[in-house]
Ligand binder design. Structure first.
Ligand SMILES: Cc1cc2nc3c(=O)[nH]c(=O)nc-3n(C[C@H](O)[C@H](O)[C@H](O)COP(=O)(O)OP(=O)(O)OC[C@H]3O[C@@H](n4cnc5c(N)ncnc54)[C@H](O)[C@@H]3O)c2cc1C
Length: 399
């Protein structure tokens, strides 16, 4: 198997690289470099979505009829690789990668008309209202209820760990519309305006100093019936469709490549006894091992992408990539900390722009510890490590 990119892809990569260099505002790049890790500032995400939209690039993975580009899976890979490499933030993932595809696949014409252009243009942020206290991995047993009364559903319950709900204008929620049938059959997919009366959002302080995750309380929230996506009771199918979309990107390959490069850079510049850490056998070994693991992960992703017939969602491939990729994220960020030692605890709030710099405190020392802390979450969201391993056991080994 030949994994060399062909000339067309090399040219495509160069074209994207030039465009990103031209389009990505320096302050957004800087914010992402200092704080990002694999998370993006939500305001930057919306600004960047708008910028990409001008080139028609904010949803290149969508079908052309809905605003996508007719790019091959390899081109999409190269595109995302270049964006991450340049420290571009994500687009608003909830819109562009999660509920957008659900709306164009299962939604009504009115929903498509109303929401797709807004997603493409980054008009507002979307919250994903799935997890509940006690029902994260066990999502099928969620309890938030939606009872039909005339032209509205009346929604009651609580969601938790809802990323950026504090600034979201809309949310896509899983709600229980029928408590009498098998759990999966009684779930529906509802689009809810986050400013509706009866919604209370409470931010949760995080160990990395941020408070992006939220609790969302829904108290007799009235949602027009036209905001139900597809059929009542079919929400579980749509959620699985959406999560499968999410899992195909869960190898974190773009971040792993970028973060390894950063580790190599730190190792080449941090000195111990007058010798760069990259020349010390202990770090040499770790860097070499991680380089091999990141390359193996990239090739695994490319192997899947290169095979157009590959039935991604019917195999354990997505879970294998998630397990390998999320573990690598954590191992690489731990290496950053070990390479930086005490310097990794240097921390600035986002608003501080005139922080003191000196050769003793290179840029990369800023917030390294916070970035490593948020990486702890990569083995939790999008399906925990243990749950992914259960899926692998079942699908790959029939256990
Ligand atoms: C940074 C971050 C962002 C998130 N953003 C969102 C969001 O925007 N919207 C949203 O809806 N949710 C979000 N989540 C929630 C996330 O999807 C859940 O945390 C995740 O699904 C796990 O659910 P839980 O927290 O309820 O843990 P639990 O399901 O209670 O799991 C607790 C522990 O038990 C283990 N476990 C559970 N079931 C099994 C099993 N069957 N076999 C073996 N072990 C098991 C788990 O692996 C875990 O170690 C986010 C989470 C994080 C960390």
């Amino acid at each position: 198997m030949d994994f060399q990119f062909d000339d067309n892809l090399v040219e495509f990569r160069q074209m994207v690289r030039e465009a990103v260099k031209q389009d990505l505002p320096a302050d957004i790049r800087e914010g992402q470099r200092r704080f990002g890790g694999n998370q993006s500032d939500p305001h930057d995400s919306l600004t960047w979505t708008k910028i990409l939209a001008k080139r028609g690039w904010s949803v290149p993975h969508w079908p052309v009829e809905y605003g996508g580009q007719n790019w091959s899976p390899m081109q999409l890979f190269v595109f995302q690789d270049e964006l991450t490499r340049a420290f571009a933030p994500d687009t608003c993932w909830g819109g562009t990668h999660m509920c957008g595809p659900v709306i164009y696949t299962f939604g009504s014409e009115a929903q498509k008309e109303r929401f797709l252009p807004a997603i493409i243009n980054g008009d507002f942020y979307w919250a994903q209202g799935f997890s509940e206290p006690g029902n994260g991995s066990d999502l099928a047993n969620l309890r938030t209820s939606a009872t039909r009364k005339g032209d509205v559903y009346v929604v009651n319950g609580q969601k938790i760990w809802t990323s950026c709900a504090w600034m979201a204008e809309w949310g896509f929620f899983l709600v229980r519309t029928d408590p009498t049938v098998k759990p999966q059959r009684g779930i529906s997919f509802l689009l809810i305006n986050m400013k509706s009366p009866g919604i209370t959002v409470r931010r949760i302080p995080q160990i990395n100093g941020e408070a992006e995750l939220c609790e969302v309380f829904l108290d007799n929230v009235e949602v027009p019936v036209e905001n139900m996506v597809g059929e009542e009771g079919a929400g579980w199918t749509y959620a699985k469709f959406l999560l499968d979309h999410e899992r195909t990107t869960s190898s974190f390959i773009y971040f792993n490549k970028r973060d390894l490069r950063i580790a190599q850079d730190i190792a080449a510049n941090q000195m111990l006894d007058g010798v760069p850490l990259s020349k010390h056998p202990r770090f040499q070994g770790r860097l070499a091992q991680l380089e091999a693991e990141v390359t193996a992960l990239e090739w695994s992703v490319l192997r899947v992408l290169a095979n157009e017939q590959f039935q991604y969602n019917e195999t354990a491939a997505a879970s294998v990539l998630k397990v390998a990729g999320s573990r690598l994220q954590q191992t690489i960020s731990e290496l950053h900390l070990d390479l930086l030692g005490a310097q990794s605890i240097r921390q600035f709030p986002f608003e501080v722009h005139d922080r003191p710099n000196s050769p003793l405190w290179p840029d990369v020392t800023e917030n390294a510890n916070q970035r490593a802390l948020i990486q702890r979450a990569s083995t939790i969201y999008g399906g925990t490590m243990q749950v992914q391993k259960n899926i692998i056991a079942k699908l790959a080994f029939d256990l």
